[in-house]
Design a protein. Structure first.
Length: 328
């Protein structure tokens, strides 16, 4: 298949591009490079710098390529920022996606895998969280993703779009050449590694008064390669699974303090911490039920324990201590 990957220069999009190419698909990679890194895009992919709000650019890309399916990763994805800038999140995560769907229909492309999030669930009533759980997001990031899920359902009913929604939990880890590199950095493992390398003084724990065993937030960490392989399985069987929603997670949660301790073990470095108040919009516990995706797509995580996930991320960080700036 020839697959258009949006957000292909980002963390998950770049690794998914690598995985798709390894499965002998061809990839048209699209990114506006506002946050992604051109160096992260596999050289085997055909790259276009473009904004999803630019209808003419999308027409040119679809017109120049016989695209079979789309994987839509491009998004704004910071919970705390979404609380402060909800309009920007709805514009990027809903408006841009509608532009993409319109371009697809203009060019007869009707298959899409959507990168969604566990943030659509809000504060869970049941752990692990099944796909049938109520969706009551508590931040604009989750709300914008959920709204686009509903847009997809409307397009399926009215325009024949075949889609699969992937709600994944905390992406982590790295491939040999591609890892996490954001500016500013907001994700837990890269920040911990910066502390381990002396690039940052201390790691901030946001809130120790959550209703969890040690008072810190609990999250389900899933390797970025496992996420990518789940997307590949979904696109390869999309006509069978159209309209389905899948959680992608390990079905096991780890607290922030447990992650800090595991990074200390993997790196052999001291990790000073300081405690700050809770951030707005952070649920206490998010852990996936992955029963549906295991049963229906035959997916299972290759990296099922936290230490092995962190080890791959640390190996990449040691190789590229300044991120993509140190590549090559």
């Amino acid at each position: 298949m020839k697959i258009l990957v949006t957000g292909a220069a980002g963390y998950i999009g770049s690794v998914c591009t690598e995985v798709l190419l390894g499965r002998e698909h061809s990839v048209v990679a699209l990114d506006d490079l506002s946050e992604g890194h051109r160096e992260a895009v596999d050289s085997r992919a055909q790259f276009y710098k473009a904004d999803l709000h630019d209808a003419e650019a999308l027409n040119q890309i679809f017109g120049a390529n016989q695209i079979d399916a789309v994987m839509h990763f491009a998004a704004l994805c910071l919970v705390e920022e979404s609380v402060k800038k909800p309009g920007e999140y709805y514009r990027a995560n809903v408006g841009a996606g509608i532009n993409l769907l319109a371009a697809m229909l203009r060019h007869g492309v009707k298959k899409l895998i959507f990168s969604s999030t566990a943030a659509t669930y809000g504060e869970p009533e049941k752990i692990p969280i099944p796909e049938e759980h109520s969706t009551e997001p508590i931040n604009p990031y989750g709300a914008s993703k959920l709204l686009f899920e509903r847009v997809l359902q409307e397009f399926k009913e009215n325009s024949g779009i075949e889609y699969v929604t992937m709600r994944y939990f905390n992406a982590a880890g790295a491939s040999a050449e591609r890892g996490e590199d954001h500016s500013p950095e907001t994700h837990i493992l890269p920040i911990l590694f910066e502390v381990a390398l002396g690039q940052r003084e201390a790691f901030q724990i946001y809130g120790t008064d959550y209703p969890t065993a040690d008072g810190t937030c609990v999250r389900d960490y899933v390797h970025v390669i496992d996420i990518s392989e789940a997307h590949a399985l979904a696109v390869e069987r999309i006509s069978e699974m159209a309209g389905r929603v899948y959680n992608v997670g390990n079905s096991r949660g780890f607290s922030v303090r447990e992650v800090v301790d595991t990074v200390r073990s993997v790196t052999g470095r001291d990790i000073p911490v300081r405690v700050d108040p809770r951030r707005a919009g952070d649920p206490a516990v998010l852990v996936a039920s992955s029963e549906r995706i295991r049963k229906e797509l035959g997916w299972s995580p290759r990296y099922s324990d936290l230490k092995s996930i962190i080890q791959t991320a640390w190996t990449w960080k040691e190789k590229f201590p300044k991120g993509y700036k140190s590549a090559g």
